[in-house]
Design a protein around this ligand. Sequence first.
Ligand SMILES: Nc1nc2c(ncn2[C@@H]2O[C@H](COP(=O)(O)OP(=O)(O)OP(=O)(O)O)[C@@H](O)[C@H]2O)c(=O)[nH]1
Ligand SMILES: [Zn+2]
Length: 379
Amino acid sequence: MPSCRPYSRAIARPRSWSASPSILPGILSNVRDAVVKAVTDHSTPSLASLGWTEFFGDQLEPGDANFVPTRIATVHRDRLTGLSQAGPVDLTLPAQANTGDYAVGDWVLVDGHEHLVQRRLTRKTVLERRTQGGRVPQLAAANVDTLFIVTSCNADFNPARLERYLALANEAGTTPVILLTKADTAEDAEAYERQAAALQRGLPVVMLNPRTSDAATVLAAWCGAGQTVALIGSSGVGKSTLVNTLAGSAQQSPQQTGGIREHDSKGRHTTTSRSLHSIAGGGWVIDTPGMRTLQVSDVGYGIDTLFAEITELAPLCKFRDCTHVHEPGCAVQAALKAGTLDPERLARWRKLSDENQNNTPVQSGPRGAKSPGGRGKRR
Ligand SMILES: Nc1nc2c(ncn2[C@@H]2O[C@H](COP(=O)(O)OP(=O)(O)OP(=O)(O)O)[C@@H](O)[C@H]2O)c(=O)[nH]1
Ligand SMILES: [Zn+2]
């Protein structure tokens, strides 16, 4: 049975290069030397500071020796930009390739002269989302270590929607953290904090004001050299403001921020594209456009982790394919009667599991409990 990801993973640093099994000594030692050099002298950004780890180094092949590892920094409709040790670069896509095939945070190998993308490396994590009516999931970000799920202490706070984001983060293999903004405008901000913490076991919840520099300090544990965080949440909750605060004064083109309609706390969708921003104290942050609806599909593992209290009861039911509705000997119904299981959580689990099952083409196991992929599907 899957368990919640340990909180300590959120502050794990990239593993040491010396641990890498070197199957391609020539290429790997070149890259390793460059990393070691740049870590020790701070004149050029190191690959490690851009988020490169042995996970990507292990994918290099003999023919890749002349290509430059480059991280995708922005994805536009018709072009891509990247970041390499040499700095920012406009990338050329191979014929027939589509910018939609790439996500901000992807690692690609690039020809050093033409800046032509040769190959995308397999992703360690990938955040994808499906909007209502959208047939194919959109790539939101790749190779993200921590997902900051941002919500305000006002009408935006919605446990069912936060659970959708959590299922997405768990499935992607990223560590979720809830950020509560606008506590300064709420009468009882602690009540929001308690509700948020109850959404998933061991879930870190941080209350902050994105407009103050303290916000960067309280988030430092998840940032730092080589770490990549992404922000997700409705429009107007303060994501762009937080990007600007994390990026500090060195940022070249600040994210535009907007006001919100006060009567319903809805934002105006100021952010329209995604990009990788450097964090002042080290690391990278990816902002994603706010969205009102988020459909789930193929997140069986994410749902199991999110609703661990239900996942753990299911094997105790009399029938293996118990739907936990009417069957005799149902451990979930028994917990409900005993008052140890929150009926609202069960109702939300049922709704999300049903939606997941309906949207997931191939499925095995009862109620989408077993997704074919599971955590860290790598593509
Ligand atoms: N009082 C208060 N205002 C805040 C706080 N966080 C953000 N704001 C304000 O809320 C407004 C919306 O913030 P944005 O950063 O534009 O929101 P966003 O999430 O990026 O919105 P989109 O770009 O539309 O996705 C701005 O005027 C911010 O200054 C907070 O904690 N307290
Ligand atoms: Zn049952």
